[in-house]
Design a binder for this molecule. Structure first.
Ligand SMILES: N[C@@H](CCC(=O)N[C@@H](CS)C(=O)NCC(=O)O)C(=O)O
Length: 210
């Protein structure tokens, strides 16, 4: 059996993306809880692993991988169990669109909303104008992702994919804030969110708060 070491603490949304995938694959792994709010990704020993000071990082039998967009597809391909990458090229493109949208626009906007309420020190203090902009951008992101989903149960088809594992951990934090109803009040979101929260891999990877 391969040895997998995951660097990153449970509170990280990108780390949870990888943890959800590993939970779905039912594969054991070791975890080194590099803590983002304690700024541990910027400590010298972690910068050796990830020169840009981020988590997750994965070692797979000594092969080091950084960036979730590389880690998740790699693990999905090499590990046994069901695949979370659609076979069909169009659905696969939808999955990659979802991952790209979350990475480029969704994460900053949604974490902007969550950070305003939950980690104001980490994001540089509460800023009401930034909060309003983050809410508007978050709604745009979720609206477009739900259009991408269309009539399917999940973002790229009838089954969950890596795209869903990207989005759900970030929504978790927004769901803890007083802005959740406004951010989540876009067409189609509620049904998707209910399905995601029911997944055992989502439930098994909830971060311990406090
Ligand atoms: N592009 C990276 C982004 C990962 C990322 O932003 N991770 C956050 C935690 S969710 C982090 O490490 N932040 C540390 C920091 O910015 O100081 C990836 O896809 O893995």
């Amino acid at each position: 059996m391969s040895r997998i070491i995951l660097y990153g603490f449970d509170g990280s949304t990108y780390v949870r993306t990888v943890r959800m995938l590993l939970a779905e694959k039912k594969v054991p792994y070791e975890q080194v809880p590099v803590h983002v709010l304690k700024r541990e990704p910027h400590h010298p020993e972690h910068l050796v692993r990830h020169p840009f000071g981020k988590v997750p990082v994965v070692d797979y039998d000594g092969f080091r991988i950084i960036e979730t967009s590389a880690i998740a597809p790699f693990l999905d391909e090499v590990l046994p169990g069901p695949s979370f990458t659609p076979d069909n090229p169009r659905d696969r493109a939808r999955m990659h669109m979802a991952m790209g949208i979350v990475d480029s626009y969704g994460y900053p906007a949604l974490i902007g909303v969550a950070g305003f309420h939950l980690f104001p020190d980490f994001i540089g203090g509460p800023n009401e104008e930034a909060r309003r902009q983050s809410i508007a951008k978050s709604r745009l992101v979720l609206t477009e992702l739900m259009k991408l989903r269309g009539k399917d149960a999940f973002l790229a088809g009838a089954q969950p994919s890596l795209g869903d594992f990207y989005l759900a951990p970030i929504c978790f934090y927004v769901g803890l804030t007083p802005d959740a109803a406004e951010v989540f009040g876009v067409e189609g979101f509620a049904a998707w969110w209910e399905r995601m929260q029911a997944l055992p891999s989502y439930q098994a990877t909830a971060p311990q708060l406090g």
